[in-house]
Design a protein around this ligand. Structure first.
Ligand code: G6P
Length: 607
């Protein structure tokens, strides 16, 4: 995945690069490095480990008015200082940072080795810088163009040359890059977060774009060397949104923010008078929407779970057949595009390679794909045929929380809109809207359980295996609960439909394997209660998340987390919050790095 930054201007370059990398650390954090150019010399500093290692090692007053930096999530080659970026060519005059994967690097490397080149690292990236060096005859841009024409794979690149003071060359194909425009200074980053402290004026690079950036501005061309004119966009979010504030971790901040982020997903989108939702971004008229016979949803990770809730809502409320599929599977399955089928690509980052490539494949075959995206200006947001921003604000913790509940909220709006176009009456629509608008208040009540959940985490964090069990609309929430626990606490956890345990997972039940049951007071409650009895009968500890006042469940379970009562469709929003808090506190109890769990990254821009 990796994060890239670049800067040219009068500020202290190391400081700007480190600040930018700090904002991009969510993209990868196994090593980091910077290169600063000064008087025809490149100074490279790299360190293994989190950014703080580099921050300690780097001389913050290192002179130089342009530089590049990188935070790595290793793909090719182990986590070592040699494999960390920036990489230098054999003359030591060209430095390069890369986000993406070069698929034909072995062939290119062999070709260069035959010419006598010796490689320092095990990375795919080093071939790029050595190729540029090989082509270089005084014109850096030309050497970069020749190199890019040989590369197969994905890249976001930033390149410096000691003999070309004050320019950075950037190139993009499949990995995001944004140019920041300041006064007498320019920025580069994988994401606007890298530059938001300095400028709000940005240009989103497209695939095939090459930018030559200096202090005064930039020149953007495409792969055919034709000038590209792009509008400068103004980014809206505030610096506080990407800072922890009084919270110890971004994850806890983001869990608490849900009381406000859920309303942001529906505010301004509800037509109270007509008891429906208005979603202008879909770029589709009611008549077109009426002709939709089927919905398919593609996504990865937590977004996939939100998509599962969405499919359930679209079928149950709107009565539209809806399916959800992992985007990583869609692309290579040679999907069949059905007539009158509408696709949704769900992605917090809007950059997930699996989802992006699946979307492109579907579009290539003629499908209409709408995005449900958080990151404004991201690739999926720009390349989709329309869509809905979830507006949950920047999500920094690697484990997704508020984006999940906002994605689900957007599905409430979509289901309502489709249902009102078809069969749902005005009073039923009104009731649904009132219930949706009451959720944030109920979520505040759910958050009041925090101290109790923390105590439960103390009691349970030492267990090695967990089952998360739910049914119906809460089956995906059980999957999400298990994913949260494993990704940040490293406790092994699996999610199942509670009904499914008798077909296998019940063999795992013993006094060392707690089961966390989701028991809303819905149409399937009694069946879930029977499953609790089956687990209890086999000596398995049970934690139940149930509605306040459900005395039967409270008696049956070893421990209980109560949530306020909401109608069946809205239970995922109140059920997921205790699971997020439980994971958070288990991870804390075990001394894990909550916001940056091992081996993971937030924005997965590799397949
Ligand atoms: C990564 C993140 C997950 C996220 C998934 C999909 O694996 O660690 O938290 O759910 O990617 O990301 P997206 O940005 O497409 O929602």
């Amino acid at each position: 995945m990796c994060g890239i930054v670049g800067y040219c201007g009068p500020r202290a370059t190391p400081e700007v690069l480190l600040q930018g990398l700090k904002r991009l650390e969510y993209r990868g954090y196994d090593s980091a490095g910077v290169c600063v150019a000064h008087h025809g010399k490149l100074q490279v500093v790299k360190r293994v480990g989190k950014l703080r290692e580099l921050t300690l090692a780097l001389d913050h007053s290192l002179p130089g008015s342009y530089g590049i930096g990188h935070t790595r999530w290793a793909t090719h080659g182990g986590i070592t200082e040699t494999n960390a970026h920036p990489h230098l060519d054999r003359t030591g005059k060209i430095a390069l940072v890369h986000n993406g994967i070069i698929e034909n690097y072995e062939t290119l490397r062999a070709r260069l080795e035959n010419k006598g080149y010796r490689f320092q690292s095990e990375t795919d990236t080093e071939v790029i810088v050595q190729l540029i060096s090989d082509f270089y005859q005084g014109d850096l841009e030309d050497a970069v163009r020749q190199t890019l024409s040989l590369l197969k794979g994905t890249y976001g690149l930033a390149i410096l040359h000691a003999d070309h003071p004050d320019i950075i060359i950037a190139a993009r194909n499949g990995s995001p890059l944004v140019i920041g425009v300041g006064e007498g200074e320019m920025f580069l980053g994988s994401d606007v977060a890298a530059m938001v402290a300095y400028t709000r004026q940005v240009i989103y690079m497209e695939d095939g774009d090459i930018a030559v950036i200096d202090r005064q501005g930039y020149r953007l061309t495409n792969s055919f060397d034709r000038k590209v004119d792009k509008k400068i966009e103004t980014i809206s979010y505030q610096l506080e949104e990407i800072e922890k504030g009084a919270y110890p971790h971004f994850m806890l901040k983001e869990i608490h923010e849900q009381v406000h982020s859920i309303p942001r997903a529906y505010q301004g989108r509800i037509d109270h008078e007509n008891a429906t939702a208005k979603l202008g971004g879909l770029n589709m008229k009611s008549q077109q929407l009426l002709h939709i016979d089927r919905v398919k949803i593609i996504a990865a990770g937590t977004s996939w779970h939100a998509g599962m809730v969405g499919a359930y809502l679209l079928e149950s409320l709107a009565r539209i057949p809806a399916q959800v599929e992992l985007s990583s599977e869609v692309r290579y399955r040679n999907p069949i595009i059905e007539k009158n089928c509408l696709y949704f690509a769900v992605s917090q980052s809007g950059e997930t390679a699996d989802t992006l490539f699946a979307m492109r494949e579907l579009q290539r075959k003629g499908a209409t794909v709408l995005g449900i995206v958080n990151a404004v200006g991201s690739t999926i947001a720009r390349e989709s045929n329309g869509g809905v921003y979830i507006h949950s604000g920047p999500e920094i913790a690697v484990a997704s929380t508020k984006a999940f509940t906002s994605q689900v909220t957007v599905f409430y709006l979509l289901a309502l809109m489709f249902a009102r176009l078809r069969h749902l009456s005005w009073p039923e629509g009104k009731k649904f809207i009132a219930e949706l608008e009451s959720v944030p208040g109920k979520l505040s009540l759910a958050l009041e359980q925090e101290a109790h959940i923390q105590a439960l985490a103390k009691k349970y964090a030492a267990y090695k295996d967990f089952l998360f069990l739910g049914r119906g609309i809460n089956f995906p929430v059980a999957l999400e609960g298990a994913l949260k626990l494993k990704e940040i606490s490293y406790i092994h956890a699996e999610g199942f439909s509670a009904a499914e345990i008798k077909h296998g997972p019940i063999a795992l039940i013993n006094p060392e394997t707690p089961s966390l049951f989701l028991v809303p007071n819905d149409s399937l409650r009694d069946k879930v209660v029977s499953n609790i009895n089956e687990v209890k009968g086999r000596g398995g500890p049970v934690i139940a998340v149930c509605e306040d006042g459900d005395t039967e469940v409270m008696r049956l379970a070893d421990d209980v987390i109560t949530v306020p009562s909401v109608s069946e469709f809205f239970t995922p929003l109140v059920m997921v919050v205790p699971l997020q808090l439980f994971s958070y506190y288990c991870a804390l109890e075990l001394g894990r790095d909550v916001d940056q769990p091992r081996n993971l990254a937030k924005s997965v821009t590799v397949e």
